[in-house]
Design a protein around this ligand. Structure first.
Ligand code: ZN
Length: 418
């Protein structure tokens, strides 16, 4: 699948800081430890609706991980998927009398535009579920022949399920107890009550064809892939086992990331799937989580159509810490737009206070589990001093501009002087 356009990332003088990141599996902030090429997989969208601010906040958080690694001199191999065949997509297409393929193509195209407008660096590999079906079939067939997957006891629809305990590490990503797992499994697309399964928590690997649903023929029989194995196989076949960061929103901790890991660990006999499991908090609106079911979504494309400054939107989403669930309000956006305006004026000046310390603080805060609230305040302090006429370092505005571009992904075109 075609990815979105990239842009050059400036090199910033001074000493980079190795990134420390919270890991859900161990419950600790730990250093990331990439080799020459850092590796990251972030779960992509199911393209049945436009990108909302919750999605955008998640991809921005992992864009900062990408940028931290670049600053530290690593190449970055970033992989993302598009779940371009799944129940929510088919249900939406049926509801709107739309063709599911056309709906998926349209929303994926809009997502790419949104990501480019927000200056999110693109993945090197951007893979759809449909184009990945041959490799998913191969993996599911192996799990079946290894005896860790089984067919449901159902002659009409012999779906294939994964024995959750097969890897020996089930639960090591989320650390949830079984009642919690069962609750999230039911809430997040699982089928605990499906007759013919051996255990309510076993996850679907392959869904046998139903009338009116798309399906693909092959050695598993006509059907389509499950969601967790899709990500498992796409990541494994590009990054191998024990890649650096598996990322996504906190609603993916269970069952999605737990099962993606368990599938890959069963396929390879190795552990862990990823060194870090990193999760972004949810964005709420008016006190409620932003979600399709509540119908309270703010879409990036809507804000683009309203000519909202995307650098302001980016700063607004970065003004809270990525791991905290946080509220989106018009005040958050207004403050971010005012902030980006001040910064633009400050970097447009011919000189300012020496910026080396500010850049060092920016790096320190970002390397500390992406502490963007503190990072933004460090830039505020420099901008306030520059606008007050303090300092006469002619290299400072350009240094700040390059650091904001490279480390925060915020590009500031010089503003006209007032
Ligand atoms: Zn995924």
């Amino acid at each position: 699948m075609q990815t979105w356009p990239s842009h050059p990332v400036p090199r910033v003088p001074g000493a980079p800081r190795p990134l420390r990141l919270y890991d859900t599996a161990t419950g600790e902030i730990r250093p990331t430890t990439p080799g020459a090429t850092a590796t990251m997989y972030v779960c992509g969208i199911t393209p049945y609706d436009a990108t909302h601010l919750g999605h955008a906040a998640t991809y921005l958080a992992f864009d900062l991980v990408h940028r931290q690694w670049l600053d530290n001199g690593h190449e970055v191999h970033y992989v993302q998927n598009v779940t371009d065949v799944d129940d929510p997509l088919l249900e939406r297409a049926a509801r709107d009398h739309d063709d599911w393929v056309v709906l998926a193509m349209r929303e994926t195209a809009l997502f790419r535009e949104d990501m480019a407008a927000l200056r999110v660096l693109p993945p090197r590999d951007y893979l759809g579920a449909v184009e990945s079906i041959p490799e998913i079939v191969e993996a599911v067939a192996k799990l079946l022949s290894d005896g860790v997957a089984y067919r449901a006891d159902d002659e009409q629809y012999p779906d294939i399920y994964f024995d959750r305990l097969a890897s020996g590490h089930f639960g090591s990503v989320s650390n949830y107890d079984e009642p919690t797992m069962l609750r999230y499994f039911a809430e997040r697309g699982g089928d605990p009550d499906r007759p013919g399964k051996r255990h309510p928590l076993d996850a679907q690997l392959w869904r046998a064809a139903r009338p009116g649903e798309p399906s693909w023929d092959g050695e598993l029989g006509a059907g389509r892939p499950g969601w967790h194995v899709e990500c498992s196989v796409i990541a494994l076949n590009r990054l191998g086992m024990t890649f650096d960061v598996q990322g996504g929103g906190s609603d993916l901790i269970f069952p999605h990331h737990e099962f993606s890991a368990a599938h890959a660990e069963s396929l390879t006999g190795q552990h862990p799937f990823a060194r870090h499991y990193a999760h972004a908090g949810m964005i709420g609106l008016d006190g409620e989580k932003m979600s399709k079911s509540r119908g309270n979504l703010v879409f990036v494309s809507r804000l683009r159509a309203d000519r909202v400054d995307m650098m302001g939107l980016r700063l607004g989403l970065l003004s809270g810490h990525y791991r905290t669930d946080r509220a989106w309000t018009s005040d958050v956006l207004d403050e971010a737009l005012a902030r980006v305006d001040r910064w633009r004026q400050a970097v447009a000046r011919e000189s300012g206070p020496p910026a080396e310390d500010t850049v060092a603080r920016l790096r320190d805060h970002l390397a500390d589990d992406l502490d963007t609230p503190q990072a933004l305040r460090a830039v505020d302090a420099w901008a306030a001093a520059a606008l007050a006429g303090d300092g006469s370092d002619p290299t400072a505005p350009a240094l700040i501009r390059d650091a904001l571009d490279a480390l925060l992904g915020v590009a500031l075109q010089p503003a006209a002087m007032p």
